[in-house]
Design a protein around this ligand. Structure first.
Ligand code: FAD
Length: 385
C-alpha cells in the first residue's frame, strides 16, 4: 500500500518505521522545514522502550538513555530527603529498564531509521478528501498526495483530528507551566544516577540523568495561561518563583542556560473514542493529548504504532476494517492514561491544597512501594506485555 503520514514527531516517525517494515511504501509530510524538537528530553518508560526495541532500535535507545537507578523526593524548601528508593523493581516487573533521553537524539534516531529522504519537510496539511479506495491530502503550498490510507500524527493541534471528528476539540489548560532544558550533571542538585524531585507549595523541580553527563531538568510553575515571556528572562522568572527554595534548586537555576530553556504551557484534551474515519486514522497526541505528569504521552504514541502495525499486518476485510480494529484496541487505554495524568497533575499542582499536603506527608513515609506500583500500573496493558 501507499501510506501517507502527517507529522514526523515520535508518533509519525515510529509509525513510518513500523509500516515500512511491513513492506508498504510510506511517505511522511512534515510542516517544519528542519528537525527542531520542542522540549529538551523525555522519559521513555519501559513500555515505550519495548516498542523501540520492537522497531529494531533497542541498542541505540539504550545508548541514548540516562542511568536512572534511584528516585528521590526532597522537601523543596529545606532540601531534606523525604524518601529515596531504587528503581530496579520497575525493570524487574516490566522486563525492561526505562530510559530518559534527549528529544533531539530520540527524534534524530527515529528519522534516520525511517529514512530522511522519505520525509517531505515544509509541507503543511491543509485538507483531506476520500474517494472510494483512496485518500487525498492537499498541502498549504497547493501540492497534493494520494494514498491508500492516511495516518494523522500531527500532534496536539491536529488538523487531521478536526477532519476525523468533524469539529475542533478544545484543549484544556492544566493550570501550570513547565520550564525545561538540559544542563551538566551537578551533584549539588542531585546524584548522577537518580531522578530527584523537589516539591513544595504545589510546584516541583526535577532532574533526570540522560546520556552525555547531562541532566534533563524541569520546573513546574503555577502561572496563568498566556503570560508574556522572553526566553532571556528564564533565570529571573524561575528565581522569583522559587525564592526561598533549597540550595539544590538555587544551584540549578544558576546553572541553566536561559537561551535553551523552554517554557511550555500544559494542556490536555478530554478523551474521545473516534480515531478513524474511513481510511484516515489518528495516532499520538492527535488522538490523546495528555499532560506530562505520568510521562506517558510519547510512550502512548509508541504503543499506537505497535497496534497499528499489528492490525495492518492482515487486511483481509480491507483497510477500513483494520483501522477500526486499531481504534477499538487503543482508545480505552490511551484515554485512561490521559485521565490518570490529569489526576496526578491536580495533586502535584495543589488544585486541592489539602490533597497535596496529604501527598507530601505520604512521601515522608514512602519506601518506594506505592510510587513504583503507580508507575508500573501505567504500563500494564501495553501491547508488548
Ligand atoms: P508531536 O511530537 O507534536 O509531532 C507532531 C508533528 O506534526 C510535528 O512535527 C508538527 O510539526 C507536525 N504537524 C502538525 N501539524 C501539521 C500539519 N498541518 N501538516 C504537517 N505537519 C504537521 N511523553 C513521554 O512519553 N514521556 C515524557 O517524559 C514526556 N514529557 C513531556 C513533557 C512535556 C513538557 C510535554 C509537553 C510533553 C511530554 N511528553 C512526554 C509527551 C510527548 O512529548 C508527546 O506525547 C509526544 O511528543 C507526541 O508525539 P506526536 O508525534 O504525537 O506529536
Amino acid at each position: 500500500m501507499r501510506i501517507i503520514i502527517i507529522g514526523a514527531g515520535i508518533g509519525g516517525a515510529s509509525a513510518g518505521i513500523a509500516l515500512q517494515r511491513l513492506g508498504h511504501e510510506v511517505e511522511i509530510y512534515e510542516q517544519v522545514t528542519e528537525n527542531k524538537p520542542v522540549g529538551a528530553a523525555i522519559s521513555v518508560w519501559s513500555n515505550g522502550v519495548k516498542a523501540l526495541n520492537h522497531l529494531g532500535l533497542g541498542a541505540q535507545t539504550a545508548a541514548l538513555g540516562g542511568r536512572m537507578d534511584h528516585m528521590s523526593y526532597r522537601d523543596g524548601l529545606t532540601g531534606e530527603t523525604m524518601c529515596r528508593f531504587p528503581l530496579d523493581p520497575i525493570t524487574e516487573q516490566m522486563g525492561q529498564r526505562p530510559y530518559p533521553v534527549a528529544r533531539a537524539d530520540l527524534q534524530a534516531m527515529l528519522m534516520d531509521a525511517f529514512g530522511l529522504d522519505r520525509i517531505r519537510f515544509g509541507r503543511r496539511l491543509e485538507s483531506i478528501s476520500q474517494e472510494p479506495g483512496s485518500v487525498t491530502v492537499t498541502f498549504a503550498d497547493g501540492s497534493r498526495a494520494t494514498g491508500d490510507l492516511l495516518i494523522g500524527a500531527d500532534g496536539a493541534k491536529s488538523r487531521t483530528r478536526a477532519y476525523v471528528l468533524g469539529t475542533e476539540r478544545e484543549r484544556r489548560y492544566a493550570g501550570y507551566v513547565n520550564f525545561n532544558g538540559l544542563v551538566d550533571i551537578d551533584t549539588q542538585v542531585g546524584p548522577a544516577d537518580q531522578w530527584t524531585t523537589y516539591v513544595a507549595d504545589g510546584q516541583r523541580v526535577s532532574v533526570m540523568p540522560i546520556a552525555g553527563g547531562r541532566f534533563y531538568f524541569f520546573f513546574d510553575v503555577l502561572e496563568p495561561q498566556g503570560l508574556a515571556y522572553r526566553r532571556a528572562d528564564a533565570r529571573e522568572v524561575l528565581a522569583q518563583h522559587f525564592a526561598g527554595w533549597a540550595p539544590g534548586v538555587q544551584k540549578l537555576i544558576a546553572n541553566l542556560d536561559p537561551m535553551t530553556t523552554n517554557r511550555v504551557e500544559v494542556f490536555d484534551i478530554d478523551p474521545f473514542h473516534t480515531w478513524v474515519k474511513g481510511r484516515v486514522a489518528l495516532l499520538g497526541d492527535a488522538a490523546h493529548n495528555t499532560t506530562p505528569d505520568i510521562g506517558q504521552g510519547g510512550c502512548s504514541a509508541l504503543e499506537d504504532t505497535i497496534m497499528l502495525e499489528r492490525v495492518l499486518a492482515t487486511t483481509t476485510l480491507g483497510v477500513e476494517d483494520s483501522l477500526r480494529r486499531y481504534q477499538d484496541s487503543r482508545t480505552q487505554r490511551a484515554g485512561e492514561l490521559v485521565l490518570t495524568a490529569r489526576r496526578r497533575a491536580d495533586v502535584t499542582h495543589a488544585k486541592d491544597p489539602e490533597a497535596t499536603r496529604a501527598w507530601y506527608e505520604e512521601l515522608r513515609t514512602e519506601d518506594g512501594t506505592n510510587v513504583i506500583r503507580g508507575i508500573v500500573a501505567n504500563m500494564v496493558g501495553n501491547p508488548l506485555g
